[in-house]
Design a binder for this molecule. Structure first.
Ligand code: ADP
Ligand code: MG
Length: 276
């Protein structure tokens, strides 16, 4: 990879939005692959029982595979479930199996139910630059575990009608977790996804989001791209499926912007590989 500045400590980023279909999983896997291609060591934690991130990374996650469920519910060490992602050096995945659907309920009666993922991450000894956590489309205990474990929340917003709807609830949850369980948690990054520059709607939504959030919104947005949506069915990210595509370049650029922000370097979009 090109080599970007590495963070001074592991950045744990929670990819959350309780709306389904906004690009959480797509963003998690492609950003993670981009950060790894830029030279980082990156772990994806799949926290959605659907296991879409595991599938997209080509990681086996049938029912018997040791998974994040075992970590959360049975205190299995994270190191025992992490698998290397084929084809992308420096990229790893803690897969989700279907068991995880029950964890939301099973966690309720467990000790330290909100901080089980945080503990597992703290006990993980492999050096990492980034951990990206792909959340389910809900604000239940799985998402709370992610928010307790992370420092940063990354919210993908689909450039669609009602894009901002429901975000108030998400932001209130971030505030609650910060107030009670994790004082460092903050929304660091908003990423516009499925952006179609040809439509007025997309630019209106983008403007509305930038007005509402300001600095947190990445200059780079992710275009709507067939290559991005095709890649998961090959168990690949768009970075290996079609490295020259606009989708791949946009995720590489978003990763660069995130990495530079993390070390306080101003991002200069004039160096962008693609139009911002
Ligand atoms: P979520 O995890 O928030 O439910 P996904 O990442 O699974 O959302 O995305 C929802 C659907 O949209 C998927 O079919 C995915 O392939 C598709 N998709 C996501 N991002 C893009 C994009 N930039 N261009 C085209 N399709 C996309
Ligand atoms: Mg998803």
């Amino acid at each position: 990879g090109e080599g970007l500045p590495r963070p001074h400590q592991t950045r744990v980023m929670v990819v959350a939005n309780q709306k389904g279909g906004v690009g959480k999983t797509t963003t998690t896997v492609n950003l993670a692959a981009s950060l790894a291609l830029h030279g980082g060591r990156v772990l994806v934690i799949d926290l959605d029982p659907q296991g879409n991130a595991s599938t997209a990374l080509g990681i086996d996650h049938h029912a018997e595979v040791p998974s994040i469920y075992d970590v959360l519910v049975d205190s299995k060490p994270l190191a025992e479930v992490v698998q290397p992602v084929p084809d992308v050096e420096g990229l790893f995945c803690a897969p989700a199996t279907i068991d995880l659907a029950g964890a939301e309920i099973e966690l309720v009666s467990l000790v330290a139910r909100e901080s089980r993922l945080q503990r597992a991450i703290q006990a993980y000894e492999q050096p990492l630059d980034y951990i990206l956590i792909d959340c389910p489309p809900s604000l239940g205990l799985l998402t709370v575990n992610a928010m307790v474990a992370g420092q940063e929340v990354l919210i993908p917003i689909q450039c669609e009608y009602y894009a901002l709807e429901g975000l108030g609830q998400l932001l209130r949850n971030v505030d609650l977790v910060r107030g009670h369980l994790n004082p460092v948690l903050h929304v660091s990054t908003i990423l516009l996804t499925m952006y179609d520059g040809r439509t007025r709607l997309a630019s209106q939504v983008a403007e509305e989001v930038r007005t509402h959030f300001g600095e947190e919104v990445l200059r780079t947005s992710i275009p709507r791209s067939v290559r991005i949506s095709e890649a998961p069915s090959y168990g690949q990210t768009v970075l290996t499926y079609d490295p020259g595509s606009s989708g791949a370049l946009s995720y590489l650029e978003a990763a660069r912007e995130i990495a530079l922000r993390g070390v306080g370097v101003r991002y200069d979009a004039t160096h962008a590989h693609i139009g911002a």
